[in-house]
Design a protein around this ligand. Structure first.
Ligand code: NAP
Length: 290
């Protein structure tokens, strides 16, 4: 593309940002949609987040994504926060408005679109969520919002799971989320479940690691969705598949959270064919890195 005086800039703030795939998503989208827009990652050192957000506003950056470790901290730097992002307590997308940035959370809707795309339904489903960090918290909110029957939320640190469960149950119609210690997975009643892996265990290069190694656990899983996408197939996914279940990685969640951010920045709808072109680019990029 040709960059000129009218080119709009969007970007990513976080620490680190070196390995992000977001430029592939947004620069491909800009080319496909015919927008004069460029997307650049900006590393922000701890303690400098407020300055970075103010500087971005002064430079008139149209939009930003926010990644680890700033998704919660950034809320204090914003002009306004969307109600859903406020409920989840995490913001991953900033949209520039007249008075400063407004924060949104597109991770949750991104996961939902990814699941819809794979034919995974949440309404009436029994779900196991592994983890109680930022991503798993958003997953628990999503489950309650979309009418799952119940969620067993398992975490290494029980208090964190209890906090998320209390928070979600307060906003839901009743007791939907049941917190458990990770090692107590065998108390989950017999039946078949959708299991969503939301811990950071199994991320490359420690891809042989998995939070639950017991094959008996996977007998209860009809579908496994790992939020991790690097490696392409995590040990969690392999164990689900080997027990006869369907397994998916988190690349489509990444794709759709990016697409929703792009839609907010440009006030457009990205057609599904364009989304699939971007997904193809992401996969290509991924294969190159292997
Ligand atoms: P986070 O807030 O740091 O939470 C990490 C979670 O992992 C916590 O539940 C933590 O348990 C658990 N954990 C860490 N090490 C563990 C260990 N050795 N044994 C057992 N549990 C352990 O991270 P996050 O932002 O939620 O991200 C979690 C994962 O989701 C990451 O892999 C990230 O790449 C992925 N993610 C993917 C997307 C996407 O678009 N596909 C988007 C967001 C996140 P404790 O509470 O006990 O510490």
């Amino acid at each position: 593309m040709e960059i000129n005086g009218k080119t709009r800039t969007c970007g990513l703030i976080g620490c680190p940002v070196e390995h992000t795939l977001s430029p592939v998503i947004h620069n491909t989208l800009a080319a496909q949609m015919g927008h004069d827009l460029v997307y650049v990652p900006f590393p922000v050192q701890p303690g400098r987040l407020r300055e970075a957000v103010q500087g971005a506003d002064a430079l008139q950056l149209s939009g930003l994504n926010v990644t680890v470790p700033y998704k919660s901290e950034v809320i204090g730097c914003l002009q306004e926060v969307d109600a859903l992002a406020q409920t989840i307590g995490a913001v991953n997308t900033l949209v520039r408005t007249a008075g400063g940035y407004k924060g949104y959370n597109t991770d949750m809707e991104g996961l939902y679109r990814a699941m819809m795309n794979e034919g995974i339904r949440l309404a009436g489903e029994r779900v196991i969520v592994l983890g109680a960090g930022g991503a798993a918290r958003a997953v628990a909110h999503l489950c309650a919002l979309k009418g799952v029957e119940r969620v067993y939320l398992l975490n290494r640190t029980l208090e964190r799971a209890q906090t998320v469960a209390e928070e979600v149950n307060r906003t839901a119609a009743g007791e939907v989320v049941f917190p458990l210690l990770l090692q107590d997975y065998d108390v989950i009643p017999e039946g078949t479940y959708l299991a969503i892996q939301g811990t950071s265990v199994g991320l490359s290069p420690r891809e042989q690691e998995v939070v639950i190694a017991d094959r008996a656990f996977y007998e209860k899983v009809h579908t496994g969705f790992d939020l991790i996408y690097n490696p392409w197939e995590t040990t969690f996914m392999r164990l689900v598949r080997e027990s006869g279940g369907r397994a998916y990685n988190g690349l489509k969640m990444l794709l759709y959270q990016g697409i929703i951010a792009y839609e907010l920045w440009n006030d457009v709808h990205v057609p599904e064919e364009t989304a699939q072109v971007v997904y193809g680019k992401l996969k290509e990029h991924f294969v190159k890195k292997q």
